[in-house]
Design a protein around this ligand. Structure first.
Ligand code: NAI
Ligand SMILES: N[C@@H](CC=O)C(=O)O
Ligand code: NA
Length: 435
């Protein structure tokens, strides 16, 4: 029997991520123990169904169906919250933090929606709240922002933060499949959220963008203050047009701070990204994040953004940090300095846009569209007419010169009202990120 100090770990939620953590700690326990000088004990796991068959072997005596009992068990020092959701997960997290425990989470929705309360509970009761797995899966982006890049102010951070959407867009481009078919595969591979709209409508990316914004700038931006658009309206016509024009379509989170006004703008939308950009070539379940710091310049991080093993890698990195802190007396990790930076107004968010419209194939349509765009002072840079699936209709793809969010939204609203425009106009943003 070794005389190393014992650290007891409890895992709430033994699904894709929880089983990954259990598997890798069990496999590599000797390595972690010799590195840390402590015995890691996977003390218990809370599950919904005690009798369910799992890919990891867990003794029955270690299973409970009561996550709150696990979180408040005095023997457990480190609680991993890997259930998801924002109600029970929040209660369990707060209960553990109020007892001075360290909580490790992969739950970006919870960090985004209740971060300030959870951080305060950790501070107040001498515990810690770690969440490396919550953004970009296995990429240590939280560690990079919090520690490696601490010397910098961040003018721009942009990235692919959702593995499911990147997997879907990649397969749509390569194989011409439609998104619902690929989404089923992403689910089977353990990439997708239990509630699929979180992935495909952009909310999961928005949660992650909010966390990155707080780490980079010390300001919490709620998702309702962001432009958030998903990938469900993207068609093969968009993907093929992008490909022919030297772009890839990527669901991007963009976090920018204006150097003069300090205003912060956060948006999540599918964008046309030039192929010359590294992130345009980040495919499948991989995530990529480009971080421009005023001292370091641009740095880029790429890795698997979802899936059992990549996510377990991030959770275990937090567990190891937590144990190191426990053993050497709970020294605090650097936290961002809080700032209430103003949020940018839509007219201050500028860019170029791509618009796809299905229109009646009749004389005078182009003139009507031009009248609408010029009324909002949006100037057209290119126009491409393609046959539409509907008879008597044409598909128009136009790109604009530099405009702004307010003007383009008013253009889209006015175009929608034209009787010659059929269905919903579809808008994409064209990324530049040049300066
Ligand atoms: N799957 C992935 O690639 C990634 C997931 N995450 C996050 O990790 C968390 C877990 O995700 P997954 O493992 O994919 O989900 P999952 O659905 O596979 O696993 C969640 C597990 O928690 C259990 N659970 C839920 N409510 C419970 C309760 N009341 N009592 C006991 N157990 C309960 C469920 O039965 C399920 O087994 C979520 O917050 C997710 O957003 C983060 C990064 C990547
Ligand atoms: N559903 C998420 C899981 C990781 O955060 C994703 O696909 O990125
Ligand atoms: Na991460």
């Amino acid at each position: 029997m070794s005389d190393l100090p014992i650290v007891n770990i409890g895992i709430c939620g033994l699904g894709t991520v929880g089983q990954g953590v259990w598997k890798h700690i069990t496999r590599s326990r000797a390595k972690f123990e010799s590195r840390l000088g402590a015995r890691l004990v996977l003390k218990s796991a809370s599950v919904r169904d005690l009798g369910k068959k799992r890919s990891v072997r867990v003794a029955k005596s270690r299973l409970t169906d009561d996550p709150m009992a696990l979180a408040t068990d005095p023997k457990i020092q480190i609680v991993c919250e890997l259930m998801g959701g924002t109600t029970l997960a929040k209660d369990v997290t707060l209960a553990a933090l109020r007892l001075g425990k360290t909580v490790i989470s992969a739950n970006k929705a919870l960090v985004c929606e209740h971060g300030p309360e959870l951080f305060a509970a950790a501070r107040e009761h001498g515990g810690h709240y770690f969440f490396e797995a919550s953004v970009a899966g296995g990429i240590p982006i939280i560690k990079a922002l919090r520690e490696g890049l601490v010397a910098n102010r961040f003018r721009r951070i942009y990235g692919i933060l959702n593995g499911t959407c990147n997997y879907i867009l990649t397969r749509m481009e390569r194989e011409g499949l439609t998104y619902p078919v690929i989404l089923q595969e992403a689910k089977a591979l353990g990439y997708a959220e239990a509630e699929e709209s979180l992935d495909v409508d952009g909310w999961d990316t928005a949660h992650k963008a909010s966390i990155l914004t707080h780490l980079a700038h010390g300001t919490w931006v709620p998702t309702k203050a962001m432009v958030v658009e998903g990938i469900t309206q993207i068609t093969q016509a968009d993907i093929q047009h992008a490909k022919e024009s030297g772009f890839a379509i990527k669901l991007l989170a963009v976090i920018e701070q204006d150097e003069k006004t300090d205003e912060i703008a956060v948006s999540v939308a599918p964008m046309l990204l030039p192929r010359t950009k590294v992130l345009a070539n980040v495919n499948e379940v991989y995530n990529g994040i480009a971080v421009t710091g005023d001292v370091v310049g641009e740095t880029i991080y790429i890795g698997r953004g979802a899936g059992q093993d990549a996510t377990a890698s991030a959770v275990i990195s937090d567990i190891v940090d937590a144990i190191a802190l426990l053993l050497r007396g709970n020294a605090a990790l650097p936290e961002p300095v809080e700032h209430n930076y103003p949020l940018a107004k839509p007219e201050n968010l500028t860019g170029r846009y791509y618009l796809r419209l299905d229109v009646k194939d009749e004389p005078g349509v182009l003139a009507k569209i031009a009248t609408v765009t010029s009324k909002s002072k949006v100037s057209i840079a290119s126009l491409d007419q393609r046959p539409s699936d509907q008879t008597g209709a044409a598909s128009l793809i136009l790109t604009t010169h530099r405009s702004n969010e307010k003007a383009i939204r008013s253009t889209v609203n006015n175009l929608r009202r034209l009787s010659s425009v059929l269905g919903e106009p579809f808008l994409l943003r064209i990324a530049s990120f040049e300066d």
